[in-house]
Design a binder for this molecule. Structure first.
Ligand code: NCD
Length: 322
């Protein structure tokens, strides 16, 4: 049994979308839908996590992910601690000691981002019973809430997953987002998941991930319903994997005209941060097909959903009881 699932089959932590029961993924989306309704009202808070403490523990920089986790916790009436750990000036305290100290302050949930793959699972294996861990991105491995907010955004714009062709373009190799998306979209029943990249930006295990591989952008975009651009993650690249950014844009940069081969109603997504003119043209990023800012908004509802699920709080029963 995986560490993120409890003996009753419920979500205990949220570490990866890999191997998750499609019904659980569907429940995350349905629960998020109910929170999206609350977020549309003028009073946006619900008391579901009142008295609980959420610790955002970020060992890597983040804008969207950290702030939307913070907002999600606040919308659920939890107390939130934000800790940005500068790994260059740590005082030699081990991860485990840090965790024990934070637990001594009665934290109920840790939201962890760390440059090392497996860091969130390490935390999950060492927390006290009843304390939950959410992975906010671990190395190249996984970023499950990002994948679920992307799935939520797709479902809101396109409905059912079955007929959809979803194309992910760019630096797949270093992208924890792409990995989590491929697992989630396949589990949710997507018709076809494609990745489009030069061989140097594909991971060695790409053939095992369940995506159809294209080196050619035009071929990969043909009839796509959803097109997702990824940032070139230069901070994770070692050696020269690319000839240069303008050369990259010429072959893999998304523009209005390159999207002509996609479905006429294709939507364009990007997890952010965007590098304009590198992986995506400004006219496209800011144009009518773009749902990039919807993704950011949807991140709040999806993170609220996951936070309540890992603590075993049912939105309806808790609301009635409060
Ligand atoms: C991504 C990440 O950090 O993995 N961004 C995000 O969480 N919105 C992708 C990236 O940094 O390019």
């Amino acid at each position: 049994m995986s560490v993120q699932i409890d003996p009753r089959g419920e979500l205990r932590h949220f570490l990866t979308t890999e191997g998750l029961d499609p019904r659980l993924l569907g429940r995350i989306l349905d629960t998020a839908e109910s929170f999206a309704g609350v977020l549309g009202k003028s009073v946006k808070t619900v008391p579901l996590l009142r008295g609980r403490t959420v610790v955002n523990l970020f060992f890597e920089s983040s804008t969207r992910t950290r702030t939307t986790f913070e907002l999600a916790a606040k919308r659920l009436s939890a107390d939130v601690l934000n800790i940005a750990v500068d790994t260059t000036t740590t005082k030699g305290e081990s991860l485990l000691d840090m965790l024990r100290n934070l637990q001594a302050m009665q934290a109920d949930m840790f939201v962890v981002r760390h440059p090392q793959s497996g860091a969130a699972e390490y935390f999950a294996r060492h927390v006290d019973p009843g304390v939950a861990v959410l992975n906010a991105g671990d190395g190249w491995h996984a970023h499950p809430t990002q994948a679920m907010l992307d799935a939520f955004t797709i479902r809101r714009h396109k409905g059912a997953f079955e007929p959809l062709r979803i194309a992910i373009v760019g630096d797949i190799r270093h992208s924890r987002v792409a990995r989590s998306q491929i697992h989630a979209f396949n589990a949710l029943g997507a018709g076809e998941v494609r990745v489009i990249a030069p061989d140097t930006l594909l991971p060695a295990d790409i053939d095992t991930l369940g995506a159809r591989v294209y080196n050619d952008l035009n071929a990969g975009l043909r009839d796509a319903d959803v097109v997702i651009a990824l940032r070139l993650q230069r901070e994770r690249m070692q050696g020269a994997l690319l000839p240069g950014e303008s050369e990259y844009f010429r072959h893999y940069g998304l523009t209005e005209s390159r999207l002509r081969g996609a479905h006429p109603e294709a939507i364009v997504m990007h997890p952010g941060p965007i590098n304009r003119g590198v992986e995506i043209d400004s006219a496209l990023a800011d144009g009518p097909r773009s749902v990039i800012l919807d993704q950011v908004t949807n991140g709040i509802a999806v993170r609220m959903a996951v936070m309540t699920m890992v603590l075993g709080v049912q939105p309806d029963t808790a609301r009635e009881a409060s």
